[in-house]
Ligand binder design. Structure first.
Ligand code: ACO
Length: 367
């Protein structure tokens, strides 16, 4: 059975920064309260022409570059997002088209902030089953579009960004070892985005009622998160037959520093072994774990051979953890430049649209 190695990683965040002081001009809050209760100092906000697909593509290109893999060699793209571009088509298909990943099957997976763990586990399982060789997993968000900038309970928390992993098959032991995935739909109303779906299709009334904004019972989510972070980590460690002492790093979902500190207490681990960067990005939902990982690798913290747990929680309710031994790119003699494939992808996409138009024109039936 092949192993599923994480061989590439990339992140993309919008440039505009929104500080706590900026938010204090919108709602009754202040920098001290936000830093004290959440650990967040600032977050990035997407420009008007930035979307989950564009941020996702930028992160994927970087991940493919690290892995030295051409988009045309990708077999599967799983995109996970709490703020997808549309209900359908899947954001994964938009990314597949923009990357020029012509052979890849692409779909979205929705598990709110736990999405990246669920998606990476699904990609790893597909590789381990032998059915595919190369997969791209991307978590990408423009949550700022779903935040009510008049609600101080939620608007202080979220930020925009994207992160991606490349997973590849190899016979060398390493990569993803175990994962646990959990859900409890009875808590779905603790964190939701009710408007625009089949229950509350968009109407003037749903917009006036603010159903298109994130709704959250912060305290309930906080209690749930502090319960499950340590327990999920322990479960994933047991499944891999690892102990807490074997771990070099825990990469937690970046929601609130107090939730991460509770997890550290529950695991009796020092905070030094937790990767934390939420002070600069806030909660980027599905993108938070890969963004934190990419920064830790680039700073030389995470190194080949390190044993890591990724752990997260989110709306659904969902929670999960995954163990992996960090490896890095599979050595090859060829150098691949993924960017030019985007141009190839654009030309191919345009040609296909023109062809569909011509096909439609000649197939028009007289009524
Ligand atoms: N600024 C100033 N005061 C505030 C603010 C604010 N932004 N927000 C709330 N307050 C006030 C409250 O009104 C309350 O005042 P009161 O005591 O007079 O009633 C007081 O501060 C305390 O409020 P709490 O809600 O108890 O504050 P808490 O310490 O619980 O922090 C927070 C709130 C930050 C939202 C916290 O509960 C939290 O982080 N919860 C988890 C949220 C989360 O992680 N969500 C994402 C999940 S992942 C996903 O799937 C997207």
């Amino acid at each position: 059975m092949p192993y599923a190695h994480i061989t590439g990683w990339g992140m993309a965040v919008p440039e505009p920064v929104l500080t706590n002081d900026d938010i204090s001009k919108l709602v009754d809050t202040n920098d001290e309260w936000i830093r004290d209760r959440t650990g967040i100092r600032e977050r990035r906000i997407a420009r008007e022409n930035e979307y989950p697909s564009t941020l996702g593509v930028a992160a994927c290109i970087k991940a493919l570059k690290v892995a030295n893999l051409a988009p045309t060699d990708v077999d599967l793209i799983i995109c996970t997002s709490s703020s997808p571009e549309y209900i359908f088509p899947a954001t994964a298909c938009l990314i597949q088209d923009q990357l020029g990943a012509t052979k890849a099957g692409a779909f979205d997976l929705l598990a709110a902030c736990t999405g990246f763990i669920f998606a990476t586990n699904m990609a790893a399982q597909a590789i381990r089953s032998g059915s595919i060789k190369n997969a791209l997993v991307v978590g990408t968000e423009t949550l700022s579009r779903f935040v009510n900038w008049k609600d101080r309970n939620t608007c202080i928390l979220f930020g925009d960004g994207a992160g991606a992993f490349v997973l590849q098959a190899s016979d060398t032991p390493g990569g993803v070892y175990s994962a646990v995935m959990h859900s409890d739909g009875s808590g779905g109303d603790a964190l939701s985005l009710p408007g625009g779906g089949a229950r509350y299709p968009a109407t003037e009334e749903t917009v006036l009622e603010g159903k298109h904004y994130i709704q959250m019972d912060g305290k309930a989510v906080f209690r749930f998160a502090t319960r499950v972070m340590a327990s999920a980590t322990k479960e994933a460690l047991a499944a891999a037959k690892w102990k807490v002492e074997d771990l070099q790093w825990v990469v937690p979902h970046q929601a609130n520093i107090r939730i991460i500190e509770a997890a550290a207490r529950g695991l009796e681990m020092s905070m030094d072994r937790f990767v934390v960067n939420l002070e600069r990005y806030g909660n980027t939902s599905t993108a938070s774990i890969p963004i934190a990982t990419v920064e830790a690798v680039e700073k030389g913290k995470i190194k080949p051979g390190d044993k890591i747990v990724f752990v997260g929680f989110g709306g659904g309710l969902t929670w999960g953890a995954m163990t992996a031994e960090w490896t890095g790119p599979i050595p090859t003699k060829h150098h691949v430049y993924p960017e030019p494939y985007r141009w190839f992808g654009r030309i191919r996409s345009l040609a296909r649209r023109i062809w569909r138009y011509i096909e439609g024109f000649f197939n028009r039936r007289e009524l």
